[in-house]
Design a protein around this ligand. Structure first.
Ligand code: GTP
Ligand code: MG
Length: 559
């Protein structure tokens, strides 16, 4: 375990230096948030003394859970756990990873600004942001308490082209990153996994490690790396999965949650099936949890919203700060890009996923609990996600009927972020992560209501995990993220494999890969075998679908 000594108190002088940055952040957040910043001249306190990494035993929360779900729940007498917040680092790789990452940081800032009106650097913000005195030479002095000075994202931005990262550095989020967090090259990986993985992997391994270590050192308790990347290109797919192994070796105690964007059938990257299959093998082997998101699903969701708006069906009822149109906020002035609306959905997925780790609530679900409860077997770590509300975002005070509708929607195929139908497939486990004004009784009622229509594996009929975070997404009274470990993910993999086989049978484009040092045909055959094995595991589970539910006799303890 790495430990880290922190320096003595950093004195903050009475005047904040970077006027432009300050104006930007004020605009970015709310007017209230940093209002008194220049006037504050407090001395920052020293930070904690050591870094702890990773995967705390879920014992405390398990005890708390037992006490509060059985005894306390429903009575209103909730015994709040006293917990210390952990931190996470986002590693955004390639064009897609960086573009989604930016949406995430934008929304995260707005979310914290909506809650943290006084501009105090609190534990919630610290989970994804450092508070930095930018006038301190070098790394900037970390400030652990008091007023927010300048927020820096806990992120590492990697792309083997410069365009996207340069755009970020010139855009409204430029002050949230500094040059020490970036790694870029010029040529890109040319949509070739092998270039990203083998060429840039070995070329940049040390540099990447150095940035990762630095970002880890800035954390008191680093719990998770969130990797965001696409499967279809060269850099996100190749280098993104290369660094998964690097993370596993260097930070074995820290979770690796990967948000992977799968290519649609009409993707313009012809080699995307190769890249995706090669990346899948790495995800199978080195990720703790993968949240697959399918560009086709994102596109379908956005198209439906467009139709609704244009047909006037919901029209004016859609809220300006809705989950999917959230870039209409401060960033409206910015040129909308083709992927923006789609990327906002993915950013919301990440916000909801981490909300319980960032904010208090009556039922917390830490990231370690997601992995612990939703991944019964190491390889079956693909979690299908759905977000609600997605379409009907009209009314903040949604009446109870709508609240129940939110739960129903989470299981409908129209709300899944991959093309999948969990209702007609088999659940291994399911998490419901609720935010906002929702009671435990609402959760229970809806689980009881929906249960008969859902099929769970015979050995885990009660495979539900729930969380209630009191802070809703900006502009909403409540929201729900459902994470399903469900065999419905299989068709996405089968389809990918079919697309791969079509190219591979003809050996089309193969020479581009085989000319890269370290790349052999066996890399392809091993990758496809790994995927076939995964598909086979889902097949075996599906085969148990009609089996009777085991009603095991209770263990009798002899006295
Ligand atoms: N949802 C979403 N998909 C994207 C975005 N940008 C690219 N993609 C998809 O990602 C795949 C291409 O990967 P990129 O991320 O552009 O590639 P890269 O990682 O930069 O790799 P190279 O450009 O080959 O070096 C295609 O399937 C695109 O449709 C984005 O911002 N959002
Ligand atoms: Mg690129």
């Amino acid at each position: 375990m790495l430990t880290r000594q922190r320096g003595s108190a950093v004195r903050r002088p009475s005047r904040y230096g970077n006027g432009e940055a300050q104006v930007h952040l004020r605009g970015l957040l709310t007017e209230n948030l940093y209002l008194n910043l220049e006037r504050s001249g407090a001395t920052a306190a020293t930070c904690g003394s050591g870094v702890t990494y990773g995967r705390p035993a879920p014992l405390e929360s398990a005890r708390w859970w037992a006490r509060n779900t059985e005894a306390g729940a429903g009575s209103g007498a909730v015994d709040w756990p006293c917990r210390s917040m952990t931190q996470s680092v986002v590693v955004q790789v390639g064009q897609c990873g960086n573009q989604i990452g930016c949406c995430f940081w934008d929304l995260a800032l707005r979310e914290h600004a909506a809650v943290n009106k006084k501009g105090i650097y609190d534990e919630a913000i610290s989970s994804f942001f450092r508070n930095v005195d930018t006038r301190v030479v070098g790394d900037g002095g970390s400030i652990s308490k008091g007023k927010i000075c300048s927020l820096k994202a806990r992120a590492v931005l990697i792309d083997m082209e410069e365009g996207v990262v340069n755009e970020i550095l010139q855009g409204p989020l430029r002050d949230v990153f500094d040059s020490k967090q970036l790694i870029t090259d010029i040529s890109g990986s040319g949509n070739n996994w092998a270039v990203g993985h083998k060429v840039f992997g070995s070329l940049y391994q040390e540099k990447i490690l150095e940035k990762l270590r630095k970002s880890a050192e800035h954390c008191d308790c680093l719990q998770c790396f969130f990797i965001i990347h696409s499967m279809g290109g060269g850099t996100g797919s190749g280098l993104g999965t290369f660094l998964l192994k690097v993370l596993e070796d260097e930070f074995p105690e820290v979770y690796r949650f990967v948000t992977s964007i799968y290519p649609s059938g009409e993707d313009d990257v012809i080699t995307s099936p190769y890249n995706s299959i090669l990346a899948m093998k790495e995800l199978n082997e080195h990720a703790d949890c993968v949240l697959p998101v399918d560009n086709q699903s994102l596109f379908d969701i956005i198209s439906k919203i467009d139709v609704m708006v244009n047909s006037g069906k919901l029209g004016a009822a859609i809220k300006p700060k809705s989950l999917v149109t959230s870039s209409t906020g401060v960033f409206k002035k910015r040129q909308e890009k083709p992927f923006d609306a789609m990327n906002n959905i993915v950013a919301n997925l990440l916000l909801n996923l981490t909300s319980s780790a960032r904010f208090e609530g009556s039922l917390n679900m830490d990231l370690n609990e997601i992995s612990m409860n939703l991944v019964p077997f190491p390889q079956l770590h693909y979690l299908v996600s759905s977000l609600t509300p997605l379409y009907t975002l009209a009314d903040v005070n949604i009446p109870p009927r709508r609240l129940d509708q939110m739960f129903s929607d989470a299981f409908s195929k129209d709300h899944q972020l991959i093309r999948a139908d969990p209702r007609h497939s088999l659940y291994l486990a399911c998490a419901l992560m609720v935010r906002g004004n929702v009671q435990i009784s609402d959760l229970r009622r809806n689980i009881e209501r929906l249960k008969p229509s859902l099929q769970f594996v015979s050995w885990n009929q009660e495979g539900w995990k729930t969380s209630l975070c009191s802070v809703p997404p900006v502009g909403h009274s409540h929201s729900l993220l459902a994470l399903a470990n469900n065999t419905c993910v299989k068709p996405t993999f089968v389809e990918l494999k079919e697309r791969f086989i079509r190219l591979y049978k003809k050996k089309a484009h193969l020479h581009h890969y085989l000319q890269i040092e370290g790349m052999e045909e066996s890399c392809f055959s091993e990758a496809v075998s790994s995927l076939s094995a995964l598909i086979q595991e889902y097949n075996q589970l599906d085969a148990t679908k009609s089996m009777p539910v085991e009603d095991l006799p209770r263990l009798n303890v002899a006295v």
